[in-house]
Design a protein around this ligand. Structure first.
Ligand SMILES: [Zn+2]
Length: 662
């Protein structure tokens, strides 16, 4: 295989990428020439075309209408704008579902979901797959070698599932591959409970709606299968494209921490990781949540640059109440992605739609036209990115890793556990925030990652853990690493069976502590630091005993709440509750001290994000007030060309991109 395709394939000649989804089929062709002119004026160099064009490309079964797309591709080539060409398979035309209803998905109640919206396909339908591959093959044959074609965009926001008979058959085949025989499946699913023993493969079904709680291992395997079934759809399209255009990289757009697809497994199958991300303007945690999503994308690409495929210039339309972005917010959020490893900053979408379900979604060219405040900001941002071209390809070095696992997420959040209030994504964010506030860069990693390069590894929750991964975490700490483990970790094995004995059984030795009861609480509990002072925790406590670990904090009613253990050459922390943010910040600060890790800058003002990418330091003020940030070295602000020294003052929503002098 030749050198791996990646963002460098696109940015090598173009620098940072800037653009958006371009849906010219929604507009008369007279508008297209103006589009190209406006795009050039805004510095746009990448557009995503054709995501929802199946009905236009194949107006009736087997027909092909590529003429309009030929003209779009030629127009973009003439304007010097690269095309991220989408396979149109996320939304089949009505004729597919009308003629062949078996291609339509079925929900857990057995109800078929119809066309009239989007995403209406069954991932396991042989006919859907056949028709999808046919249009993808013709698309690839037609545009292979076209000068505008720079990137393939497969499908869109994969996350479908289906409970039809085809899916049930595919689920059984998947289970057969996993377990080999029915006795092994019965054992893994624990079917002696509630008289669920299967006597024949044909009895095994998807977890359809049932009178009461569904078998947790059946449910877990179903989630594994759904991710794999969609991945098989993706792979089939990818293989068609790769065969015909081996030099064109391939991506599909993730949606941050999105539960239905195991993004670790998916990212390994694509050339470029890309993400759709829409921060909630009313959520005070949005800047940290967004940073976490960006770090996840960088982690999915194992540190390589990624592409922000979709963001909004202002309001979205799909929340109940949609706040616009104030002036400067568009730029702030886009540069935040750049700071955290994105080499391309794109939007949904170029021109605001007049019709359809997203007609109130903001765009790069609003309904009011290009002579507007919003479009002026878009244009200024695109032009400004040229000053930051040197950032492309630069790494975001991190000495801290956070472990996150989709399988454990699925297993944790099933019904029938001690508390529904302990959730994997919330725990991840809770442990991420104090690192973000301190300007500490974090890599998101899967539980089987090589941890040897990290000084600190944080495991906010790992409810399901394999023996091998638990042993690796143990070896990491014993070998000199600093390990922080959050509550309700190490509870079940890969079959979601409880690990018996004192918990967390596979991590007990390295943590130097163990527990015997999970004890959720109605509200808050008080805790005392061993060195004096108190804090509150909430929702969750565990009845723990120290077995060599020191008790850093205890519950006011007695028993360790936070433990720290010298394990071999390293240190292992265990947090047996959900501390208030300030207390989790204190635990984080102590673990960082154990690891000898410092943030990008000391004493960051609240709301200011600091992150280093390559030699450049990004400072982003997410707060409502001006902020002054002391910087250690004289620098040049790449955005303004001005010299910076001593104290950098940032207005609300302002950004500085500082390159040290000399
Ligand atoms: Zn189906």
């Amino acid at each position: 295989m030749t050198a791996r395709l990646g963002m460098h394939t696109l940015t090598g000649d173009r620098g940072l990428l800037f653009g958006g989804d371009y849906n010219p089929e929604q507009w008369p062709e007279e508008v297209w020439a103006e589009d190209a002119e406006l795009m050039n004026a805004a510095g746009i160099n990448l557009v995503t075309v054709g995501v929802f064009s199946w009905a236009r490309l194949e107006p009736e079964p087997g027909a092909r209408d590529f003429g309009w797309l030929d003209r779009v591709m030629d127009l973009m080539a003439g304007a010097g704008i690269a095309v991220d060409l989408a396979t149109p398979t996320a939304s089949p035309p009505p004729w597919l579902g009308h003629r062949w209803p078996a291609t339509l998905p079925v929900d857990e109640s057995g109800h078929r979901l119809w066309y009239g919206s989007r995403n209406q396909f069954c991932p396991s339908s042989p006919l859907y797959r056949e028709r999808a591959l046919a249009i993808v093959t013709d698309l690839a044959d037609r545009y292979a070698g076209h000068p505008a074609l720079a990137l393939w965009h497969i499908g869109n926001e994969y996350g479908q599932f289906c409970h039809c008979d085809d899916s049930a058959a595919a689920f059984r085949a998947w289970l057969h591959g996993r377990y080999g025989d029915l006795d092994t499946l019965n054992e893994a699913w624990g079917t002696t409970f509630w008289s669920q023993r299967y006597s024949d493969w044909t009895e095994v079904i998807t977890p359809r709606r049932a009178p009461y709680i569904i078998n947790p291992t059946q449910q877990l395997d179903w989630q594994r299968f759904c991710s794999d079934a969609l991945l098989a759809c993706f792979r089939a399209e990818r293989d068609v494209l790769r065969e015909r255009t081996p030099d064109v990289p391939i991506t599909t757009n993730f949606m941050g921490l999105f539960k239905p697809v195991d993004s670790w497994a998916w990212a390994a199958e694509e050339d470029i990781v890309s993400n759709d991300w829409y921060p909630e303007p009313g959520d005070p945690l949005s800047p940290a949540r967004t940073a976490l999503a960006h770090d996840l994308m960088r982690g999915l690409g194992q540190g390589r640059p990624w592409l922000l495929m979709e963001q909004s210039t202002s309001a979205v339309n799909w929340r109940p109440h949609n706040l616009p972005k104030p002036p400067g917010q568009l730029r702030l959020e886009s540069l935040q992605a750049l700071a955290r490893g994105a080499d391309g900053l794109c939007y949904f979408q170029w021109r605001a739609s007049r019709f359809g379900a997203e007609r109130f979604h903001a765009a790069m060219v609003p309904h009011a036209g290009p002579d507007t405040r919003l479009h002026a900001e878009v244009r200024a941002h695109g032009q400004e990115l040229r000053k930051l071209a040197s950032v492309a390809g630069q790494p975001v070095p991190a000495r801290v890793a956070m472990v996150f696992d989709w399988t454990s997420w699925w297993a944790l959040e099933e019904r029938g556990r001690p508390s529904d209030r302990l959730n994997a994504a919330d725990q991840l964010l809770a442990y991420y925030v104090p690192l973000w506030e301190r300007g500490v860069s974090v890599d998101l990693v899967p539980p089987d990652a090589d941890l040897s390069a990290y000084a600190l590894v944080v495991v906010p929750n790992l409810f399901l853990v394999s023996d091998r991964d638990a042993a690796a975490l143990t070896a990491y700490a014993r070998g000199g690493g600093v390990l922080v483990v959050g509550p309700f970790s190490g509870v079940v094995d890969p079959n979601a069976h409880i690990r018996t004995g004192r918990f967390p059984a596979p991590l007990r030795a390295v943590l130097g502590a163990s527990g015997e009861e999970w004890q959720p609480v109605a509200g808050e509990v008080r805790c005392r630091w061993a060195g004096g002072g108190e804090f509150t925790a909430h929702t969750w406590t565990e009845l723990m005993t120290a077995e060599g670990a020191e008790t850093v904090a205890e519950f006011s009613g007695g028993g360790p709440a936070v433990l720290r253990h010298r394990a071999g050459d390293g240190v292992a922390w265990y947090v047996a509750t959900m501390p208030e943010p300030a207390a989790l910040g204190e635990i984080t600060a102590r673990a960082l001290a154990d690891a000898g890790v410092r943030g990008a800058l000391p004493d960051l003002p609240p709301g200011v994000e600091a992150v280093r990418r390559g030699e450049v330091l990004f400072l982003l003020n997410h707060g409502p007030e001006p902020a002054s940030v002391p910087i250690p070295d004289a620098a040049e602000d790449l955005l303004t060309g001005a010299a910076a020294e001593g104290l950098v003052t940032l207005a609300p929503r302002a950004v500085a991109v500082l390159r040290p002098h000399g």
